[in-house]
Write a protein that binds this ligand. Structure first.
Ligand code: PHE
Length: 470
């Protein structure tokens, strides 16, 4: 049975529009803010290596599956799962996969928006020259001052939520393409400038070694599965925007003629390159200025401004860097809200504007929890061998990226490779029925699900309990 639906929300104008938008979704705070601090907390080179493995073996095949489901269903992830399950004669409960994604999207956006708010604040701080010749102590105190003031955090969080709601309310296809086309390459070039600066610092080689050479001694202190594999897997999902429907809804606007595999590789390569460049730019600065690599979510906001304060035209570059980071965060934030908004439009018969406003209110209110996590409500706990100091923010972050996204991805893999008929996937994926298709099917059928399950079970210590591992 050949199925060719069209989406009531429209279609991308070209394959490149899709690649740019999906890259815009993937590249964001996850690459430049989250990746470096997780590397710092979870053991440097070993974490990076495992992360890359997760991207290639689990991330890319699941991303292809998720785009494929989106394109076949052509509706919000919840309704897509309902329709596809019906077509394949499966349980209607598959729609819960869509619901979990919407919930994860709300939670992620709620704190993502607070961190994007820091970026907004830093545009003005760097632009005003506050960091000229600043040392580590000054940079730290400027950061601490910002996050200990809930009023400021709330103001910036509100700005970012509004920015996101405005774009989503106008339809994600208008303007996104133009924005991403210029801003992503600009961000890329600026990261290269930062890498250039990092090369001039004393500890450049130390930074590189930290990032790329697994430190066996540190590794011995860690529990491989819970402290390295699980956070790396979570980061792969988070960074590639998979497991919650964002890439599925973008796939639903993709033309039937476009190659899903080519697109996925392009997106994953861009995403991974940006993360690695961010790491190369940051760690030499961290070591040169005696900062703590395991400094947590403040890492880039403390380390990079010191570099801007030292380099020629640093005020200009610093300001520009945070502007571009803001755009990267913006294009990701948009995709976090889109699955919920499309569902509201489809099911509640309200306009896109109303739906966006409603969804925006939900994440804004939820964001208040994160705002307070950095000050009045702060408490600490240990997770994955790292001390987490920001209570509910860390809980939200761990719950979504380490549990909900991998679980969502696991279900996508099971649905695409075990539940859907082979004919449907051959037809939709457009890879033909040869070696490439079989490689993909093997990866989503076996490698990705077993990878996620083994990592989950090990991380919760189930295997240990059963006596499988020491
Ligand atoms: N991938 C985005 C980033 O790296 C975050 C994101 C996660 C966006 C999940 C959409 C869905 O910043």
């Amino acid at each position: 049975m050949s199925i060719k639906r069209s989406s009531i929300h429209g279609q991308w104008s070209s394959r490149w529009a899709f690649i740019l938008a999906a890259t815009g979704s993937a590249v964001g705070l996850g690459n430049i803010w989250r990746f470096p601090y997780l590397v710092g907390e979870n053991g440097g080179g070993a974490f990076v290596l495992v992360y890359l493995l997760c991207v290639v073996l689990v991330g890319i095949p699941i991303m292809m599956a998720e785009i494929m489901l989106g394109r076949r269903g052509r509706q919000s992830p919840i309704n897509t799962m309902t329709s596809l399950a019906e077509e394949e004669g499966l349980s209607p409960y598959w729609k819960l996969l869509g619901w979990m994604g919407v919930l994860a999207g709300f939670i992620i956006l709620s704190y993502y928006s607070v961190i994007a708010g820091w970026t907004l604040a830093y545009i003005f701080r760097t632009g005003a020259g506050v960091f000229v010749d600043a040392d580590a102590a000054l940079s730290k105190s400027i950061f601490t001052e910002l996050i200990s003031d809930p009023e400021k955090l709330l103001a910036w969080h509100t700005c970012f939520t509004l920015m996101t709601v405005i774009v989503v309310s106008r339809g994600v296809k208008n303007g996104l393409e133009q924005a991403v086309k210029f801003l992503m390459p600009a961000l890329f070039i600026l990261l290269l400038v930062m890498v250039g600066y990092a090369m001039s610092t004393e500890k450049f080689m130390d930074g590189l070694a930290y990032l790329f050479v697994p430190d066996l001694e540190r590794l011995a202190e860690k529990n491989f599965f819970s402290d390295i594999f699980l956070p790396a897997l979570g980061q792969a999902f988070f960074s590639l925007s998979i497991g919650m429907g964002a890439i599925m809804i973008y796939g639903s606007y993709l033309s039937h003629k476009s190659s899903i595999s080519f697109n996925c590789f392009a997106i994953a390569i861009a995403d991974t390159t940006v993360a690695i460049l961010a790491g190369i730019a940051i760690f030499p600065i961290v070591f040169t200025y005696g900062l703590e690599p395991a400094g947590g979510p403040g890492l880039i906001f403390i380390s990079l401004p010191i570099a801007f304060g030292q380099m020629p035209f640093g005020t200009f570059f610093g300001c520009l860097f945070f502007i571009l980071l803001l755009f990267a965060a913006w294009t990701s934030g948009i995709s976090l809200l889109e699955p919920a908004v499309t569902w509201l439009v489809e099911n509640k018969n309200i306009s896109r504007v109303k739906a966006s406003a409603l969804a925006g209110v939900v994440t804004w209110v939820l964001g208040l929890v994160t705002v307070l996590s950095f000050n009045h409500w702060a408490f600490s706990f240990t997770f994955a061998g790292a001390v987490k100091e920001n209570g509910f923010f860390d809980i939200f972050d761990i719950l979504t990226s380490n549990i909900m996204l991998p679980l969502g991805g696991l279900l996508v893999a099971i649905f695409a490779a075990w539940m859907m008929s082979r004919t449907s996937t051959v037809e939709e994926l457009g890879l033909g029925d040869g070696a490439a298709y079989r490689a993909w099917r093997f990866a989503v059928r076996y490698i990705a699900p077993f990878g996620v399950i083994v990592i989950f079970l090990n991380a919760i210590g189930l295997f240990k309990l059963l006596g499988f591992t020491e």
